[in-house]
Design a protein around this ligand. Sequence first.
Ligand SMILES: Nc1ncnc2c1ncn2[C@@H]1O[C@H](COP(=O)(O)OP(=O)(O)OP(=O)(O)O)[C@@H](O)[C@H]1O
Ligand SMILES: [Mg+2]
Length: 212
Amino acid sequence: MSLVIGVISQKGGVGKSTLSRLIACNYALSEWLVKIADMDLAQGTCTSWNRRRLQNGKEPKVAVEQFMNVGDALKTGEQYDLLVFDGAPHSTRKTLDIARASNMVILPTGVSLDDLEPTIRLAHELKKNGIKTEKICIALTRAGNSEVELEEGKEYVRASGYHLLDGVIHEKTAIRRASDEGKCATETPFKSINKKVDVLVQAIVNRADELQ
Ligand SMILES: Nc1ncnc2c1ncn2[C@@H]1O[C@H](COP(=O)(O)OP(=O)(O)OP(=O)(O)O)[C@@H](O)[C@H]1O
Ligand SMILES: [Mg+2]
């Protein structure tokens, strides 16, 4: 495996699964062999999503498998170029295991303080547990319509000292509808949305390159 990316947060519903699918599909588009390790056994979000992707015959294909623990995922992932961990919420122990196993950890967050505060708290927690600061990246997902709110959110992350990824995912019905069809956030019918989300994808690819 040449690359392991962990997508984690303690909070539920901030966009971990949406971001995991986005990363997986876009690397697969560049002909990487990609597997998502779905660590959320209770919800199996990526697993169900991939069933819909297969049923709709959507290319490129990505593999998704559910795992109870990080070690098992790493073993089975050996044949893949990229392993993406889609973390479960409220899972302190596994979250840290994912961070340790990953070349890069991405913490997706909304732009409200309700989301930002626990995100930065988790980043501090990871750091305290020996995760290198440069590995920890913050992605703004689920942004609303307000530019002011978005700018304040960016400023909050910058002030924390962690790496803020360029680009942002705005809250869009089309992104939810794409997921319903087994597609990712750059596979909506709207070029303008796809193009905006692609800025975040490129930032992730660039950062992953730097970290390797
Ligand atoms: N940018 C977006 N626009 C519209 N809907 C979104 C967006 N991002 C996520 N959603 C929707 O919000 C819900 C939560 O997103 P997602 O499942 O990606 O979060 P999560 O962090 O994986 O949640 P959990 O903690 O429950 O695993 C889903 O219904 C998803 O379709
Ligand atoms: Mg999820």
